[in-house]
Design a protein around this ligand. Structure first.
Ligand code: FAD
Length: 467
């Protein structure tokens, strides 16, 4: 059969991985086709992930800050919500970015095809479009088909009161009582939004810690604040059953900390994401997929089939947009004949909760498990002029150093803007900075960023008195 479309490179999926790969390849003169099932480019991150969640978290932060100022002599009225307008704000933020992608694709002459793509051979893909099935023949492929929310099968998903993160971001209403199943980053970000908007929020987490990937000390200030703001946070507990009734979604629990509330107006399930590796006909192309749906790749992002690459959420943890874009550039450059490979030392993680939690590199727990010899420099924000000035002294900055070389190997920050502050430490780790390099760097005063230099000085012993 003659193909309808021929190209040097097909990119399957237009999330942060896919669009970055397609644009980089086109910039390197590779004739590129981008296949995406939805009309809007940008994948999960732009449409139903990173971006809309941060727009809503901005609203939550403004509400919370206005409320907190009452204690310091500035009182605003109770917030009046116009949900349609708030939803419009979020939609416009998303539209600006996804619309930008469409014009960037055009500028670069990346051909976009809207439809569901499935491999039918190592060099062919069928795309189900609105105008019928199209056969696409390619020399190289980059798989960037991403991931989707895990659904707990025991839940009645046909009931619209059971939602995943996509449903939560739709912001259909502000439920009186909201149950969040899963105390990871996504569940807690959504809990933060809905609590600020007025929902009574209960969080249930199966593990013994919220955001299990981060060190326990970083979680503590967040857990303390959530304990005040939310109806309850219940660890080592799971929801075993959910029934749709007239009164609401009725749940039953098992575990060490059973919540009082059993009937909710909405239940948000945020228990993780599973990769889409099994849904793209990978076997027809000879690409190996693990039982869980991940595709293994080498440092050049090549799968077991040399001309087929994979990037982003479906090649493994951490499932984060900035990992996907980094991998995307590598894959595109390799397709274009460059000798690129993935050699980032670390990938930062951020929970945009209130306070924010950010960490990168080795954690203290990991160091202990692996028997690494580390030293820690910790600067409490209670000693930061800026943190005191914004009345947020619960935060701290923690740097983790190799005891032998004094080189920084990890860092964790909790407090407002932790997500912005962590970047300096990513660079420090990539550059192999020593504690003295960080401590002797002049940081502007008075900023939260100063805490980074101070934490290094605490480690070096040049600050001993945290007045
Ligand atoms: P995706 O973004 O999942 O894109 C895959 C694309 O492929 C989709 O558009 C899909 O429609 C398309 N596709 C799949 N199969 C096919 C097919 N067969 N045919 C055609 N098209 C197909 N990460 C961060 O770094 N920071 C954050 O703050 C953050 N917040 C998040 C908040 C939420 C609520 C969620 C859900 C996720 C968040 N993430 C965040 C994670 C981030 O969204 C993902 O890591 C990122 O989107 C992964 O990019 P990707 O390119 O691998 O895939």
């Amino acid at each position: 059969r003659t193909p309808d479309i021929e190209c040097k490179l097909v990119v399957l999926g237009s999330g942060p991985g896919g669009y970055t790969a397609a644009f980089r390849a086109a910039d390197l003169d590779v004739d590129t086709v981008l296949v995406e099932r939805y009309a809007s480019l940008g994948g999960v991150c732009l449409n139903v992930g990173c971006i809309p969640s941060k727009a809503l978290l901005h609203a939550a932060a403004v509400i919370d800050e206005a409320e907190a100022m009452a204690a310091h002599g500035v009182t605003f009225g109770a917030p009046k919500l116009d949900l349609d307008k708030l939803r419009d704000f979020k939609t416009k933020v998303v539209g600006k970015l996804t619309g930008g992608l469409a014009s960037m694709a055009k500028q670069r002459k990346v051909r976009t095809v809207q439809g569901v793509g499935t491999f039918v051979s190592p060099n062919e893909m069928e795309v189900q479009t609105a105008e019928g099935t199209k056969l696409l023949r390619f020399e190289n492929a980059i798989i960037a088909a991403g991931s989707q929310a895990v659904r707990l099968l025991a839940f009645p998903w046909d009931d619209e009161r059971i939602i995943d993160s996509t449903g939560a971001l739709e912001l259909k209403d502000v439920p009186k009582k909201l149950l969040v199943v899963g105390g990871g980053i996504i569940g807690l970000e959504m809990a933060t939004v809905y609590s600020a908007l007025g929902s009574e929020v209960t969080v249930v987490e199966f593990m013994d810690q919220l955001i299990p990937g981060a060190d326990a000390d970083l979680i503590k200030p967040l857990a303390q604040r959530l304990a005040k703001k939310l109806k309850g946070v219940h660890l080592k507990t799971k929801v075993v059953e959910a029934k749709a009734t007239k009164k609401g979604i009725e749940v039953s629990y098992e575990g060490e900390s059973i919540p009082e509330t059993t009937v909710f107006d909405r239940v948000l399930v945020a228990v993780g994401r599973s990769p889409n590796g099994n849904k793209i006909g990978a076997d027809k192309a000879g690409v190996a997929v693990t039982d869980r749906g991940f595709i293994n790749v080498d440092t050049q992002m090549r799968t077991n089939v040399p001309h087929i690459y994979a990037i982003g959420d479906l090649v493994g943890q951490p499932m984060l947009a900035h990992k996907a874009t980094h991998e995307a550039r590598v894959a595109a450059e390799v397709v274009a004949g460059m000798k690129s490979y993935f050699d980032a030392r670390v990938i930062p993680s951020v929970a945009f909760t209130d306070p924010e939690i950010a960490w990168v590199g080795v954690t203290e727990r990991e160091a202990k498990e692996k028997g690494l010899k580390i030293g820690v420099g910790k600067f409490p924000w209670a000693a930061s002029g800026r943190a005191i000035g914004i009345d947020r002294t619960e935060g701290f900055t923690k740097l983790i150093f190799d005891e032998e070389t004094h080189r920084i190997v990890g860092a964790g920050i909790v407090g407002p803007h932790a997500g912005d502050l962590i970047s300096e430490l990513c660079l420090a780790i990539e550059m192999g900075a020593e504690a003295a390099d960080i401590g002797l760097t002049i940081h502007p005063h008075p900023t939260l960023g100063e805490s980074v230099g101070m934490a290094a000085e605490v480690y070096e012993g040049t600050i001993t008195d945290l007045y």
